[in-house]
Design a protein around this ligand. Structure first.
Ligand code: ADP
Ligand code: MG
Length: 277
């Protein structure tokens, strides 16, 4: 394990993993991140003093209203923008630009319009040097899992927004990233397909265990998927609440979770944070 012991050996050592803000095992650490954009020669803060520590194998969601800075936080986490103040550390290191172990499902898709579904999904395998036949087989299997089996030869322009989101999700997952950043990946789906995709994501995660920073404005989705939920309040956004989600017996069973009483309590608490009376 990458985790280091910070304290001298004690009787309890090994019985519990260290936790709290200075935990060393975080794969991603946002430390007091403030991002301001230059608009018309003036700096406008988009997020203020945001600290999030994502431990390996954990799932953290960020919720908050449109414009509160969710995408800005993911861009900073992806290394695509540098914070105006504070720092972003991946496995304890600062870095610039794209990191090969970080997969980013952006809010606006970045599919290649001249490539069909299979060849878009196969892109990360191609970059690794995998041969055409093998990567097309793997990409087609991933497309099937994304419920795109009837659209393998379609081009992005021939797909709905929700389909394009799933192509992008499949393309990111096939690269097997250690850290997965997802910006409202199910935002364009109807309610049923959204449930289906939430189930699918949970089942994929039970096989691989990437660490995930996930953005959604859907409070129920955040509660269902996450180990922890960060609610942004205000404008510029700041962390209004950082809640650990606990007490669900079967995390794979979305309908059972939604009917448990603590589900409604979490939802209400998050709602009151982002929309104070
Ligand atoms: P969200 O994803 O929560 O909707 P964003 O991170 O996209 O929020 O935006 C947060 C704030 O920053 C908004 O006020 C938005 O107008 C502003 N903003 C986002 N991107 C830029 C940019 N490239 N230049 C200037 N302002 C931006
Ligand atoms: Mg956004």
């Amino acid at each position: 394990s990458r985790m280091q012991t910070r304290t001298p050996a004690t009787a309890e050592e090994g019985s519990e993993t260290p936790s709290g803000p200075d935990r060393v095992g975080s794969i991603l650490r946002l430390e007091s991140v403030t991002v301001s954009y230059l608009v018309d020669e003036r700096l406008h803060a988009a997020v203020r003093d945001v600290s999030i520590h994502l431990d390996e194998g954990k799932f953290i969601s960020i919720v908050g209203p449109s414009g509160c800075g969710k995408t800005t936080i993911l861009h900073a986490a992806a290394g695509l923008i540098r914070p105006t103040a504070g720092s972003v550390l991946y496995l304890g290191q600062r870095w610039e630009g794209r990191h090969p172990d970080i997969g980013y499902v952006t809010q606006k898709d970045t599919l290649l319009p001249w490539r069909n579904v299979v060849d878009n999904i196969a892109l990360p395998l191609e970059m690794k040097g995998m041969g055409k036949k093998e990567r097309r087989e793997q990409a087609a299997a991933m497309a099937e899992r994304m419920q795109l089996g009837s659209f393998l030869r379609h081009y992005p322009a021939q797909l709905s927004g929700g389909m394009r989101q799933r192509v992008q999700l499949g393309r990111t997952l096939i690269g097997n990233p250690k850290l997965l950043l997802m910006d409202e990946p199910f935002g364009a789906l109807d309610a049923y397909l959204r449930l289906r995709m939430q189930e699918l994501l949970l089942s994929i995660l039970s096989e691989h265990r990437p660490s995930i920073l996930f953005v959604t404005h859907d409070l129920a989705e955040a509660i269902i998927l996450s180990d922890e939920v960060v609610a942004l309040a205000g404008s510029p956004g700041y962390v209004g609440l950082h809640r650990r989600i606990e007490g669900f017996s079967d995390r794979g069973d979305i309908m059972a979770m939604r009917t448990q009483s603590n589900f409604g309590e979490y939802e209400r608490e998050l709602w009151l944070t982002i929309a104070p009376r």
